[in-house]
Design a protein around this ligand. Structure first.
Ligand code: ADP
Ligand code: MG
Length: 414
């Protein structure tokens, strides 16, 4: 974009002389309700940053607590400074204030949002999910340790740096809570809202909510990363909210068939309706899902097979008091190793399917399912709207709509 064009689009140039003297603004990286984020270059050093430009003029902050935009932004800056210095949390580099705009200069995350990364790959492997979720829990542990609730955790607010490590961002809804304090305002993004937040909006007697709402959102994120679609979804938002209130989700879609038990178990413990029964961050980080010790990149066991083989030989020798036959033992050993390797790879072996099943239900075949989902995302990926996230689920709807099916059946019977 030409410099003049950029200048035209930029706000109130005189009011933020400090910012423009120090930084050269470039293209837009992302947009929120009342903010625009642009890449910019620090003139003196040539280092790239991301500048979040917040428009104070409308002052119609629709966020929580009934604060003005200015108050909300000052709170965001205060919290960003409190959480600075953690490897998985965005670093605030500079701040410029004017009467109409505030400029927040952040470290730049070149790989953008986790949201866009997920859309480009449809779903993440268990290994990548483990990598991201561990970092998210560690970042959150740090945030909660500073008595801060984030309240808007979602893949749009998780950025990826050059090394694909996460940077938690957007503390626009975050709040510092006093010991024992409960919050009551409805804020966040519908699909990620915890049941106790919804209850505050429905019942006068609601007890309020606190840190646990972020743990619930982690469950929604983890579910979405593993299979590409969110746990609670319905075309009608009211039905979706009811599903959240009831904790009504399942692992029944075909994608879950290829996923092991530990991540499912952790999700079940994160998406618990009663916040008092919900797993804590510390317990989550100690969950078996994060305790994989021997597994390398291809999920093959490092050094484990030979150890197991020698143990099998030992047992065989102990229990059968036979004369030692090296050749026989060697053959037996090979068979054992083969059997172990086969058992380990069992989950990667496609289930045998008849041509008939493959014809009527191709989606059951993992390889075909991956191709179908990848094509759907390539063609319709742009439908997956930021901030809503829920219509990502629509791309996984592979059953005919009931009304259409009825019309089809009626036409046939005529
Ligand atoms: P909002 O409160 O308006 O949602 P965010 O802080 O979430 O503002 O920023 C909006 C979007 O801008 C992000 O979702 C992301 O796409 C982009 N963005 C924000 N900060 C950065 C950054 N440091 N590096 C790269 N992109 C960023
Ligand atoms: Mg955001």
């Amino acid at each position: 974009m030409a410099k003049e064009e950029i200048d035209d689009l930029l706000p109130d140039k005189d009011a933020a002389k400090g910012f423009y003297a120090k930084y050269e603004p470039k293209e837009i990286l992302g947009k929120g309700i009342s903010s625009t984020v642009r890449r910019c270059i620090e003139k003196e050093t040539g280092i790239e940053y991301a500048a979040k430009i917040i428009d104070l003029s409308s002052d119609s902050h629709d966020g929580a607590d009934g604060k003005t935009m200015l108050e909300a932004t000052l709170e965001e800056i205060h919290i960003l400074r409190m959480v600075s210095g953690h490897p998985y949390i965005i670093e605030l580099h500079d701040v410029f204030e004017s009467s109409t705009f505030i400029f927040l200069v952040f470290e730049l995350c070149k790989n953008g949002e986790l949201f866009d990364y997920l859309t480009s790959v449809v779903a993440l492997s268990e290994k990548k999910t483990r990598y991201i979720m561990r970092q998210l829990f560690e970042a959150l542990q740090y945030v909660h340790g500073k008595n801060i609730v984030h309240r808007d955790l979602k893949p749009e607010n998780i950025l990826l740096d050059d090394n694909f490590n996460i940077k938690l961002t957007d503390f626009g809804f975050a709040r510092v809570v006093k010991p024992g304090e409960k919050l009551f305002d409805l804020c966040g993004t519908p699909g990620y809202l915890a049941p106790e937040v919804l209850k505050c909006n429905m019942f006068e007697t609601a007890e309020g909510y606190s840190y646990d709402v972020d743990i619930w959102a982690c469950g929604v994120i983890m579910f979405t990363l593993l299979v590409g679609c969110p746990p609670f979804w319905h075309r009608k938002q009211m039905v979706m909210l009811r599903k959240i209130m009831e904790g009504d989700f399942s692992f029944t879609s075909p994608e879950w068939a290829d996923i092991t038990e530990p991540p499912k178990d952790l999700i079940r413990k994160l998406l618990v309706v009663d916040p008092n029964e919900r797993i804590s961050i510390k317990e989550a980080l100690n969950h078996p899902f994060f305790q994989i010790m021997f597994w390398d990149q291809d999920n093959s066991v490092k050094g484990g097979t030979s150890r197991r083989f020698s143990r099998i030989c030992q047992i065989t020798l102990e229990h059968k008091e036979q004369k030692f036959d090296a050749r026989k033992m060697f053959k037996f050993g090979i068979l054992c190793v083969r059997a172990i390797v086969r058992i380990q790879r069992l989950r990667f072996t496609p289930e045998p399917l008849s041509m008939e099943v493959a014809r009527v239900d191709p989606y059951r075949i993992k390889v075909l399912r991956k191709v179908i989902d990848a094509c759907a995302f390539r063609v319709y990926g742009h439908w997956v709207k930021k901030g809503e996230g829920q219509n990502r689920a629509a791309l996984f709807e592979n059953m005919p709509k009931v009304e259409l099916k009825q019309i089809y059946v009626n036409n046939l019977s005529r």
